[in-house]
Design a protein around this ligand. Structure first.
Ligand code: PLP
Length: 429
């Protein structure tokens, strides 16, 4: 106990944060216009055969959202389906390797396995949290055909370096922009650098359909093959550019992965509201980042010189255990939760710890050997996995300023009582 009588909430004191949970409320509720459009669609058309209605509107709006820098935007029923189509269209198949980041959401790379391709994981850059260009280059073999970059938490990857390496080795580049709707690298939008880009529109994402994904490309071959994989009939007859491929318009390549019109309507409304929501989130997180720099046991989220904004889709600063001796991340989280904070450890592990990536034999095609990714110690991916803290993204600015100040006060309170917390942790085992 200090002279003020202040005590950690964990040890019976009063919590520093009084606002009840949840503090991150997402996705936002629909307004009347969206509900009306959904109801009208019910009696108009509950399926969409070609690219028409809200599906067409969404694809057109998405191209405009990307500054008209992409020729094609093709919707899918999920980001994972769009990624599957992208890998197929980029030529992933047996004996083809895809290099991707060691720590990201698994779906960025998982579809490679269904195409009999192999994923080779490369370490991340601890600052951008995206693929480390040096590690990428070291992972390239004569079988590598594609590099996948994920603009993790909305912070763009070092795209100058990635594009230089891809060019040098004749690789195709796939951008997973599921965290990076509207993020810019040197003023240029994420999703306009690679041979193809995919944006998930799942409910957690900044632009959301509920379930959905969208693939964008300027490459006619990628467009044709990705479209044929997940769509068939009218849309393929009208839009496939290559005459020989167009012969398959009746069947496509056998799958149906298209988006429902209801999801397209939700996405259209969320896309229209996005610029304002993004500004609010950016303002709140800029302020949060500045204030977090005052906390001596937290490494705030990095904001690169080449980007308009650092991480904003998810906010995951690092815990510095050497500054809080005797306290683990888990114990810190427990103490901060007692203070009323919405905080946790990020849920996604290094991909090399998951059997789909680690196994030396394909679980999908038994008897087929595959590249076994080993969870190497001492990597940046391991450090980030073990030290990151997951915090709310604060969507309501300036209303959330007060809440952010309370968060900083809770962090500082733990700092003032670090000896008491370490003592409690020791007694607790
Ligand atoms: C959400 C997400 C996906 C998968 O998208 P779904 O729409 O959920 O299938 C892929 N990659 C990343 C980085 C994601 O965050």
């Amino acid at each position: 106990m200090t002279s003020t009588g202040e005590r950690l909430a964990l040890l019976g004191g009063t919590p520093a944060i009084t606002r009840p949970l949840p503090h991150e409320i997402w996705p936002p509720r629909a307004e009347e216009a969206e509900l009306t459009a959904l109801a009208a669609q019910r009696n108009d058309d509950i399926s969409i055969r070609g690219s028409s209605g809200p599906v067409r509107e969404l694809e057109d709006a998405f191209r405009a959202f990307l500054d008209d820098q992409v020729r094609w935007a093709v919707t899918f029923n999920s980001g994972t389906s769009a990624l599957f189509a992208a890998y197929f269209a980029l030529g992933v198949r047996e004996d083809v390797e895809v290099v991707g980041p060691a720590l990201t959401y698994h779906a960025a790379l998982s579809p490679v396995h269904a195409l009999r391709g192999e994923v080779v994981l490369a370490d991340i850059d601890p600052l951008t949290r995206g693929i480390d260009p040096q590690a990428l280059e070291a992972a390239i073999t004569e079988r590598t055909k594609v590099v996948t970059v994920v603009h993790q938490w909305g912070h763009p990857c070092d795209m100058d370096a990635v594009m230089r390496i891809a060019e040098r080795h004749g690789l195709r580049v796939l951008e997973d922009c599921s965290h990076a709707h509207g993020s810019r690298y040197k003023g240029r939008l994420c999703g306009t650098f690679g041979d193809a880009a995919v944006f998930s529109l799942q409910a957690n994402k900044a632009v959301f359909a509920g379930e959905g994904g969208i693939l964008v490309t300027n490459d006619a071959g990628v467009h044709d093959r990705a479209t044929l994989l997940g769509h068939y009939r009218d849309r393929c007859r009208e839009e496939i550019t290559d005459a020989a491929l167009r012969d398959h318009w009746v069947t496509g390549f056998g799958l149906k992965l298209r988006m429902s019109p209801f999801n397209a309507i939700v996405a259209l409304h969320s896309l229209a509201a996005f610029p304002e929501r993004k500004e609010a989130r950016h303002s709140a997180l800029r302020y949060f980042g500045e204030r977090l720099a005052e906390v001596d046991y937290i490494e705030p989220v990095h904001v690169g010189e080449d980007v308009d904004m650092g991480a904003w889709y998810g906010y995951k600063p690092l815990f510095l255990p050497e500054a809080l001796p005797g306290v683990t991340r888990k114990q810190l989280i427990t103490a901060l939760r007692a203070e009323g904070m919405e905080i946790g450890a990020p849920s996604g592990p290094r991909l090399s710890t998951l059997p789909l990536y680690a196994s030396a034999e394909s679980p999908l095609f038994p008897g087929t050997p595959k590249h076994a990714n080993v969870a190497a110690p001492g990597t940046a991916a391991e450090r980030v996995e073990q030290q990151a803290l997951s915090l709310p993204t604060f969507n309501d600015w300036p209303a959330d300023k007060e809440l952010i100040d309370a968060y900083i006060e809770a962090f500082q309170k733990i700092g003032r009582h670090r000896d008491a917390l370490a003592g409690h942790a020791r007694d607790d085992g």
